[in-house]
Design a protein around this ligand. Structure first.
Ligand code: UDP
Ligand code: MG
Length: 301
């Protein structure tokens, strides 16, 4: 469980999960809490749970906030169970679903994931952009990225090892889950609001995250640049021929500099836009070749 400023939710989560564990007589849940550099008492809550159940509750804490993706990775690397589940601690991933997921795994699926079919309680503007994000990314990426799928899933060891073998710096888990393949079953459920605390995602944060997702799983934006360039070259060629013929037949009737300026601006804008796209990919390559660790652990139990 990735946790960032979750002091209220960690104890509630643990209590709820223990009730679920009581309904799985053949299984024991071990907990791996990842404190993603929280600024509140999240770590103290984790230490306390660990002191009460040293064998089953583990935690690790980062030296600073590295982001949810890094926390997810650290958790997956730490978890050593035969089956591994990733979930949020705010109970937005309903723990009861774990029972259904477990049935799915027992029925032979490699992975059972939860998919939100409603977004009740979410700001409408956020839902609107989320929908469009999934529409666009699924058009331009070969890796299926399921709309509404949360980072809440139960996986076999084999799937976890496959996910861990993907060693990229810019991790977009929703894409990596799809990329590794395997037989995944989706369970649908209605959105649940978090039990306590506040979401740590701002609108701009989510927008940046979605752009990272697109850049990580599609090369399409790179080809937009060449298509736009080709199109504007072609159109200006036609214009040029038209202007030359018109000047030859009628002389130059209008000086026309305003239209000239707007065309300059348009072409200049397109060039900057395309440069920006290329820059985004180069930036990612830069981060990738630096090969820095994705997180730094300060304390581990
Ligand atoms: N989270 C994290 N690091 C961050 C931001 C969030 O580990 O920098 C965790 C957070 O504690 C929670 C999960 O990621 O367990 C999902 O975050 P949140 O509930 O804020 O997002 P939402 O459910 O609104 O998408
Ligand atoms: Mg949440």
């Amino acid at each position: 469980m990735p946790c960032y400023n979750e002091q209220e939710t960690v104890p509630i989560f643990f209590k709820t999960m223990e009730e679920i564990n009581a309904k799985m007589p053949d299984h024991t849940i071990n907990y791996f809490f990842v404190d993603d550099g929280s600024k509140d008492n999240t770590l103290a809550e984790m230490r306390q749970l660990n002191a009460q159940n040293p064998d089953r509750v583990h935690y690790l804490t980062f030296s600073r906030n590295f982001g949810k993706e890094s926390a997810l990775l650290a958790g997956l690397e730490a978890a050593d169970g035969d089956l591994v589940a990733v979930m949020d601690v705010d109970l937005q991933d309903p723990p009861e679903l774990l029972l259904t997921m477990l049935k799915g795994i027992e029925a032979g699926h490699d992975c059972v994931a939860a998919r939100r079919v409603s977004r009740d309680g979410e700001p409408p503007i956020r839902s609107f952009f989320s929908r469009w994000f999934y529409k666009i990314i699924n058009k331009i990426s070969e890796t299926p990225i399921v709309d509404g799928a949360r980072d809440f899933r139960l996986m076999t060891r084999q799937v976890v090892d496959a996910i861990l073998s993907v060693q990229e710096y810019n991790r977009f888990s929703k894409g990596i889950f799809g990329w590794v393949g395997f037989d995944t079953k989706y369970i649908e459920y209605k959105n649940v609001e978090r039990v306590a605390g506040n979401t740590s995602w701002s609108f701009w944060g989510l927008l940046r995250y979605s752009l990272d997702g697109i850049v990580s799983f599609s090369e399409f934006p790179l080809s937009i640049a060449s298509w736009v360039g080709f199109l504007s070259f072609f159109v200006s060629l036609i214009f040029l021929v038209f202007i030359i013929i018109r000047a030859a037949l009628h002389g130059d009737p209008t000086p026309g500099w305003p239209s000239m300026v707007s065309i300059f601006l348009m072409i200049g804008g397109l060039q900057l836009f395309c440069l920006g796209i290329v820059g985004k990919y180069i930036g990612n390559i830069y981060l990738e070749v630096k090969n820095r660790p994705r997180y730094i652990i300060k304390e581990k139990k």
